[in-house]
Design a protein around this ligand. Structure first.
Ligand SMILES: NC(=O)c1ccc[n+]([C@@H]2O[C@H](COP(=O)([O-])OP(=O)(O)OC[C@H]3O[C@@H](n4cnc5c(N)ncnc54)[C@H](O)[C@@H]3O)[C@@H](O)[C@H]2O)c1
Length: 236
């Protein structure tokens, strides 16, 4: 499959490289020219065990490329992954979706044939609806599907988490898009993980619920540690 990954950061670079390693033709693109220049010179901007070797192997076998020409990369691809950052707004505490919508507008301008647009960035529920609304205004009246495919990888374990995931979640209403996404993930869901298809809003919620559950577990165990340590030090 021909894939375009927009945002060659942590999630984009790891996902793009792993998809290339599974046999797909992948273009990772970014607005950061320096990052693309470094990647094209074999310099990996993040440290992630095993990533450098995997990038080099796939570049050598012409399955992975890096580009700052985002428009051309979109036009040449069948599936477009949005992997840009969604930083928290300091004042309002909500996610800043500026980069996601910038990318949606870029895709709108380059929708030359049917494509699946996949949101991998962590976004609030209903963001997929807003992306769809933007794309509906494409001048070619091209058909497309927007699906949500949240990412659960952990930094430091990113390749392992991608290749051997607990679960792969894809949300969307188009049977065609879900079928294509399932076939894309087939090499890894065959191993041990489970492929869950749900609604687009459901998939967006799964990621937030998963993050909130993880934060609750950490807070809980920190509380237990504090209580037990406090009691023990008071007894002694
Ligand atoms: N880092 C993680 O462990 C992790 C795990 C799961 C989910 N996520 C989510 O994935 C998303 C990406 O996170 P990340 O850590 O990879 O971010 P990152 O900051 O490492 O990478 C984002 C990249 O997007 C690029 N970018 C920004 N605007 C762009 C545009 N208009 N066009 C092209 N490229 C653009 C930036 O230059 C940057 O290289 C976030 O929503 C994050 O919450 C991150």
């Amino acid at each position: 499959m021909r894939l375009c990954i927009i945002g060659a950061g942590y999630v984009g670079l790891v996902s793009g490289t792993c998809f290339a390693d599974m046999g797909n033709s992948v273009i990772c693109c970014d607005i950061d020219n320096d990052k693309i220049r470094k990647l094209n010179s074999g310099i990996i901007p993040i440290y992630e065990p095993g990533l450098e070797e995997m990038v080099k192997r796939n570049v050598k076998q012409f399955r992975l490329r890096f580009s700052n020409n985002i428009s051309e990369s979109i036009r040449k691809s069948d599936v477009i992954f949005i992997c840009v950052g969604t930083p928290t707004n300091k004042k309002t505490n909500d996610a800043n979706l500026k980069y996601v919508f910038q990318v949606a507008n870029k895709i709108k301008m380059n929708l030359n044939k049917y494509k699946i647009i996949v949101t991998k960035s962590t976004v609030p529920v209903t963001t997929g609806d807003k992306i769809e609304k933007i794309l509906n205004k494409n001048k070619f009246k091209t058909k497309f599907d927007v699906v949500s495919n949240p990412e659960f990888l952990r930094e430091g374990e990113a390749i392992r988490d991608f290749v051997v995931p607990d679960r792969v979640v894809v949300g969307g209403k188009s049977k065609k898009a879900i079928k294509i996404m399932k076939s894309l993930y087939l090499p890894i869901v065959k191993k041990s993980s489970r492929f869950f298809s749900t609604t687009r809003r459901g998939a967006e919620l799964v990621k937030y619920a998963s993050n909130a559950f993880l934060a609750s577990k950490i807070s809980f165990i920190n509380e237990i540690f504090f209580i037990t340590n406090y009691r023990t030090s008071n007894i002694n």
